[in-house]
Design a protein around this ligand. Structure first.
Ligand SMILES: [Zn+2]
Length: 250
């Protein structure tokens, strides 16, 4: 059995939902597909960008993080990072027709035959995350379990409060819909057991300033010790949140 996780950029797998990957890796094969190498990301002052570009550095970080997260296989799709705004350049994720991107995701699904598929829900507003989400929603057959990883709005707002005044937070503060409405979360995984490993994976993405820098230890633990997801397939019909993923072996 396989869990297939599809992302736009290196670090989405770790900053976004690294503990879901750790949760799954104990019981199943995990595969990460990353559409771009995050070439448009802003490099941290900690690193020197190599002559071959930020993408090659971020690809190495992706593989390093995946090893920490117990991921069995990493694939990249060779598209380019669209960046946050402006006209997307040719070859970028957002310049690629949705049908083409969907076909690439479907190809990965056909080859790996996952029992669970995972991506980010795009509620941070990054257009590449939204694009990948839409392709995943279109590509996965109805009989496969499908989850969207969420940042609940209550935690998103707590993060904004702690980061008030920081440039990175100002962009998100301007978004009326930042974060997933808490009532849409269907699935809460207790991932306190893998906090240290998740933290180690976060450190491998040295070229990126993480959203967990410069926040309180209390908030960091709140975000990193519970993973919040929305189950799309099988369709959620209400009730108390579940605490495991449908589609994983018992
Ligand atoms: Zn991303």
């Amino acid at each position: 059995m396989t869990l297939l996780a599809v992302f736009a950029h290196p670090d989405d797998e770790t900053f976004g939902c690294g503990s879901v990957l750790l949760h799954a890796a104990r019981r199943t094969r995990t595969v990460v597909v990353c559409a771009t190498l995050g070439e448009a990301g802003h490099p941290s002052d900690r690193v020197t960008v190599p002559p071959e570009g930020l993408g090659s550095l971020r690809e190495r970080e992706l593989h390093e993080a995946a090893a920490v997260l117990g991921v069995d296989q990493v694939e990249t799709l060779g598209l380019l990072d669209s960046g946050m705004d402006g006209d997307p350049s040719p070859g970028t994720l957002c310049a690629t027709p949705l049908e083409q991107l969907t076909a690439r995701v479907r190809d990965a699904v056909d080859r790996h035959r996952p029992s669970v598929v995972l991506t980010l829900d795009g509620s941070d507003g990054h257009r590449d995350h939204v694009r990948v989400r839409d392709a995943v929603l279109a590509a996965v057959e109805p009989d496969t379990a499908l989850y969207l990883h969420c940042l609940p709005r209550s935690l998103a707002h707590a993060w904004l409060l702690e980061r008030a005044g920081a440039a990175a937070a100002a962009e998100y503060a301007a978004m009326p819909q930042f974060g997933t409405p808490d009532e849409e979360v269907t699935t809460m995984l207790d991932t306190a057991w893998c906090y240290q490993t998740r933290w180690k994976a976060i450190q491998t993405h040295r070229s990126q300033d993480s959203p967990f820098d410069e926040i309180s230890e209390d908030l960091r633990r709140r975000v990193l010790t519970t993973e919040h997801l929305r189950r799309v397939q099988p369709r959620w019909t209400g009730g108390r949140p579940e605490h495991d993923l449908v589609g994983l072996p018992g």
